[in-house]
Design a protein around this ligand. Structure first.
Ligand code: GLN
Length: 500
């Protein structure tokens, strides 16, 4: 991550996008912070089912941008897509608010509302997220040195929202009374409305290129008929219905796991069977797939945050301070808070290392290592603790600190790495592969969280049996630890393949 200097002043548009994204992430992470709590304490789903749903939801959240990005590039432009996506997400929160208000009196309507609300969040996010990220880069001319710093500042916006969302939604919604969860959805929805208003008010004036020309407008060749409000509303309704269906079907059949596995076998076969690609190009593509493979394991362990680790915060962590009980959802603010605190240190540290700054594969291996260390820390905290006894908050806090350090090593380099290694012909497909790897990681997170051993139940994964929390956390130590060691061992080979 580059550092800003006083000379590198940023366009005002960056701060508009910062605010828009901050409020959207406030909404997204605020809702996510109470999601599994709402499922288990209000809707009374068991841990395994709630975990699987969590994985399905997040997985589709990473797949929907493939459609939202495509639609914006071809037909709607970024601005229209961001506003439309934002409104759809705000409606999603309102639907969830209704679900949280009706789950006792009309359980059947409430379960339809639950799937619909999350389906709307998936659809809206698909239009919002890729388009706002792309606008950040468009503010600067090609090759502008300020771009890296701009994304670092933007990442701060993401995490300020990610820290305050769980905090405020938890404060209002995670009170110990399940009927209050709905307030968290409402607070999230208000955040989303603020985001849309900010973008709508300031995009035309400030989100402009260096010549003052507005960015994110409708592409020239886009047919006018596709822009009419009726078509937009109809289109979004159809898409939302599709995503609600896809989400519901995954809750029933878990097909996403198999579909995503098939993608990771099928897409490499397509690319590698292309005779026009040179050996060097193929080797670079192979690096992308290998990196994706490791990234899947990273997110699979990291994104336990909103699932098993929230069960752990809620049920196994001593949160009573005497005068106040810390809501379990607040622990989900920690990751973003640590990002804001640690990112300047990382920027300084990489700069200080100068030429000795490690290359991407090595940093990714380090990220996986820190993730494993975080789980080792918490495994140590629960070792030999009798079931039913709650442990200190220090174990979760320390673990999130280590996980965040891991995220800062691994997460910011992914996109640029894919950009840099893709042959032009496959650049969009390989970018889609990158998103798909994130989707797969999140699906895996749900699948693994469903193995959370509670109530004396023993679960197993690939022959490894887990009958207590120590065994469960050690699964992630082994998984991330093994991935890290392998990546450390092959990192110099990967570096050579990348640089040829
Ligand atoms: N926390 C970041 C965000 O919400 C990155 C998440 C990710 O890449 N999986 O944008």
């Amino acid at each position: 991550m580059a550092q800003t200097t006083p000379a590198a002043k940023h366009p005002k548009g960056l701060y508009v996008l910062f605010a828009t994204e901050m409020w959207e992430r406030f909404n997204f992470y605020g809702m996510r912070a109470i999601l599994v709590l709402f499922m288990t304490k209000a809707l009374l789903f068991d841990h395994a089912f709630a975990s699987n749903l969590y994985g399905s939801y997040l997985s589709l959240v990473y797949l929907s941008p493939l459609i939202g990005g495509f639609m914006a590039d071809k037909y709607w432009g970024n601005n229209r897509s961001i506003i439309t996506g934002g409104i759809v997400m705000a409606i999603g929160e309102l639907v969830l608010f209704a679900c949280g208000s009706l789950y006792q009196s009309s359980p059947q309507i409430s379960s339809v509302l639950f799937f619909s609300g999350l389906g709307l969040m998936i659809t809206g996010n698909g239009f919002f997220k890729p388009n706002i990220s792309s606008l950040v880069g468009q503010l600067y001319p090609h090759g502008d040195k300020r771009k890296d710093a701009a994304y670092t500042i933007f990442y701060m916006g993401i995490n300020v929202g990610g820290a305050f969302g769980p905090f405020l939604c938890g404060l209002f919604g995670d009170t110990g009374n399940p009927a209050d969860f709905r307030w968290a959805f409402l607070v999230g929805g208000i955040g989303m409305v603020i985001s849309v208003i900010v973008q709508k008010l300031f995009q035309a004036k400030y989100v402009v290129d260096t010549e003052g020309k507005q960015l994110g407008t409708v592409p020239e060749k886009s047919p006018k008929s596709l822009l009419s409000p009726i078509v937009v509303v109809l289109g979004m309704t159809v898409l939302a219905l599709i995503f609600i269906g896809l989400f519901y079907l995954d809750a029933k059949y878990n097909y996403l796991f198999y579909l995503l596995s098939a993608c990771f076998i099928g897409i490499p076969l397509i690319v590698f069977s292309d005779k026009k690609l040179t050996k060097i190009e193929k080797e670079k593509v192979a690096v992308i797939f290998l990196i994706c493979f490791f990234v899947i394991f990273f997110w699979g362990a990291f994104e336990q945050a909103g699932a098993s680790l929230t069960f752990f915060a809620s049920e196994q962590t001593q949160r009573d301070l005497g005068f106040f009980t810390v809501p379990a959802s607040w622990f989900q603010s920690l990751n973003s808070t640590f990002v804001v605190l640690f990112a300047p240190f990382f920027a300084w540290f990489w700069l200080k290392l100068g030429k000795r700054e490690p290359k991407s594969p090595f940093k990714m291996a380090l990220g996986l290592f820190l993730l494993a260390l975080g789980y080792l820390w918490i495994a140590f905290g629960v070792k030999d603790v009798q079931s039913g006894i709650k442990v200190s908050m220090i174990w979760l806090v320390g673990m999130y600190a280590l996980h965040t350090a891991g995220e800062l090593c691994l997460s910011p380099i992914g996109l640029s790495l894919v950009n840099q290694l893709s042959p032009l012909k496959y650049s969009s497909l390989l970018m889609a592969v990158w998103f798909t790897a994130n989707a797969f990681g999140n699906k895996l997170a749900g699948v693994l969280s469903s193995l959370y051993p509670d109530g004396g139940k023993t679960t197993s994964f690939l022959g490894y049996h887990m009958s207590n929390l120590y065994d469960f956390f050690m699964l992630f130590v082994f998984m991330a630890g093994a991935a890290s060691i392998i990546l450390f061992l092959i990192s110099s080979k990967l570096k050579k393949l990348m640089e040829q």
